[in-house]
Design a protein around this ligand. Structure first.
Ligand code: SAM
Length: 350
């Protein structure tokens, strides 16, 4: 069996519910904010029982957007996003496994009824995340791409990222949760069907993820959160020897960003207008914008809040006409005008 066949077999035949998983790599406990936890209660228990995600890839302010979920499985995240984009938005779920899609499709009608929608705003398409063109996705047709514990399973991850940035509109966003490793795993681990199926064998070395995004033209991605995965099975622990695994949620915008943070003296103000964030908004794990508080930002951060759907919620003072050199990332984040916090490893910023 090749990698695609092994993965399809695992999700189509081996696993029936999340109780069949042998590790906690899928279904790591990332707490859902209350406004999202409330929406999951509207989703059928059969779908919830077959949820194999590792994070919560749900950014803010999604009303009316077109969203694509790569490797949607039985559709837990599609149905949650369906409620977030509302009746005027659309969510497309892509998956290659018939058994997963059968469950997802069977629930369209009852779920729409539960949400009170007069017509479906979701659709499930059989296809490969490496070839979104064959799945009918045109260039620059999607506002947001999400994915939950899937890209690690792909034998050609670079092609997946190329496809994502092809289908995203300018200023659009990739926001996804996946499993990463602190090293490049040996071939026998990458080919092991259980390690692969459990989202460990195909986990990218985090530095290779950064390099891959850079190669496809995305020079600055931002980490939202990271949690270490417990390897509770002795058998699995022995197979991976000392490797450490992390579930990471990251965001990357389709913008002409630079590979380093550059200082143009720009200042950003958050207006406090994003839903559920009246007093502060976290763009990533080291940019916490307080309402009305001036924050010095690098030109990449300025672009992320100025040239995307976040624009109505920010005021940026300054432009890129005068350059002051490399952005100083060593400032104290609690000081009003100090700029950005020390960057954590993993994120592209600074
Ligand atoms: C770990 S499950 C996650 C499913 C879903 N995102 C969730 O959170 O429940 C991985 C899913 O990705 C699908 N998948 C894996 N590789 C794929 C590929 N190359 N193309 C399309 N789907 C893929 C599998 O069929 C499976 O449904």
């Amino acid at each position: 069996m090749n990698q695609i066949e092994k993965v399809r077999d695992y999700y189509g035949k081996v696993l029936q519910t999340k109780n069949d998983l042998k590790t906690t790599a899928c279904c790591t406990a990332e707490s859902m904010p209350p406004h999202l936890a409330r929406l999951t209660k509207n989703i059928a228990s059969e779908i919830q029982d077959k949820f194999y995600g590792c994070g919560a890839p749900f950014p803010d302010q999604l009303q009316g957007l077109t969203v694509l979920d790569l490797g949607c499985g039985t559709g837990r995240d599609v149905y949650l996003l369906s409620q977030l984009v509302g009746e005027n938005g659309q969510v497309i779920g892509i998956d290659m496994t018939d058994e997963q899609l059968e469950v997802a499709n069977r629930h369209i009608e009852p779920q729409m009824k539960t949400f009170g929608f007069s017509k479906p705003n979701v659709k499930f398409v059989k296809g490969y995340i490496e070839d979104l063109e064959s799945a009918g996705l045109a260039n620059e047709s999607v506002d947001l791409v999400v994915s939950n514990c899937v890209i690690n399973l792909s034998p050609d991850k670079e092609r997946v990222f190329r496809e994502i940035f092809r289908v995203l509109k300018p200023g659009g966003e990739l926001y996804f949760s996946d499993v990463y490793c602190d090293r490049r795993l040996p071939k026998h681990c990458q080919e092991d069907p259980v390690l692969l199926g459990e989202c460990l064998g195909g986990a990218l070395y985090i530095e290779d993820f950064r390099r891959m995004l850079h190669k496809v033209g995305c020079k600055d991605f931002r980490q939202i959160n990271s949690s270490q995965i417990d390897i509770t099975s002795i058998e699995v622990a022995n197979k991976v020897s000392g490797a450490q695994f992390y579930s990471i949620t990251a965001r990357a915008f389709k913008l002409p960003l630079e590979d380093r943070c550059e200082d143009y003296g720009q200042v950003a103000y958050y207006k406090g207008t994003l839903d559920n964030h009246p007093t502060y908004f976290a763009l990533d794990d080291h940019h916490l914008f307080e309402k009305g508080r001036p924050m010095l930002v690098c030109s990449n951060t300025a672009m992320m809040v100025q040239d995307t759907r976040l624009a109505p919620h920010f005021e940026i003072i300054g432009d890129t006409s005068t350059h002051y050199g490399l952005f100083d990332c060593s400032g104290d984040p609690t000081s009003p005008t100090s700029g950005e916090a020390v960057c954590t490893p993993g994120g592209g910023c600074c």
